[in-house]
Design a protein around this ligand. Sequence first.
Ligand SMILES: [Zn+2]
Length: 364
Amino acid sequence: MKLAKRVLPLLLCLLLLVPQTAFAAAPTPSTASRSVQTVYLYGQPVTLYTYLLNGENYVRLHDLAWYCSAGSSAFSARWSGADSAVYLTTGGIYISGGTENLVHTPGAISTSLIQPDPYTLYVDGEPVSVRSYTINGYGYYNLRELCAALGMSVEWDASLRTIVLREQQSSGTKTILVDAGHGGSDPGAISSWLGNESGINLDVATRLAELLRSAGFNVVETRTGNQTVTLAERQELIKSLQPDLVVSVHHNASESRTGSGATVLAQIADQYGGPSRQLAELLNSEYASLGRPINSIVFRRGWRGDYYAILRAAAEVSVPAVISEYAFIDNASDWRAVDSAQDRAAEAQAIYRAVCDWFELQSQ
Ligand SMILES: [Zn+2]
């Protein structure tokens, strides 16, 4: 959703309210204990050995960096004794120091063991305010503040009794509507070999949604099973949700049953350049790298703007949208591109890469 514009002025106001003492050394806590927390990261439970100082979790950079290195929240950490600084780089590769996850038993410790941390923390070159202490010779950082500095959010899940770390993009989480074409009473194109187009669309769309979610996108799907969703309902969803992007997954067929190659349909407003065309071009280059023949990008005008309902509804609320037709499923020369789980996973990954590259392009 287009939250960024509304949230930005509020954020600026809040920043003005941050006290100027934010970078001062944290005061010695009055209570301290060792703790073990189950943390959900990338949807998986991991064990974090933390210190609870005044009831707040403090974590070692090594431990968080180690766990984050498995996914898209990876960051590298470099210590510099010379300038008393720790430099974190988001997206960087964390090199294991061999001392991650030092096991400890929960229990109270004396606050006299806790020293103010002399290091200044930098994230991507900017100093950040994260309370930290040296405990037993290691730096421990306030989990909530550290995650915020790294662009992640921390939530307490009362039902799981765990902490959930979620990735978020600094400009606000992007919402993507993944539309699996057809479904239910509308089978779409029918292939004598592969069954209905609606099932193939759903398979690819579901894989795509999963990939995008694991990368921290907010993903909404028009359908997650074989139910009927009318075009009008899809249009309504686009207009009420106003996502940052709509990707509609289809597969092709033609009357002559001789079609071949990938075809991407984009919005007419972008015929000579613009976000929808950019994504279509990125998709085509990904599809070409998988060996698909590439057809010209289709821009089709109807009575009231775009001919295709999904593209038109999105254009009406200024949302970029594309329809992807990865292969023709009505003839043997083309259906082999989507006849296995590996093929469909490769197709979903290609769309995922194009979408990630596209968001990167939009942020420049
Ligand atoms: Zn279709």
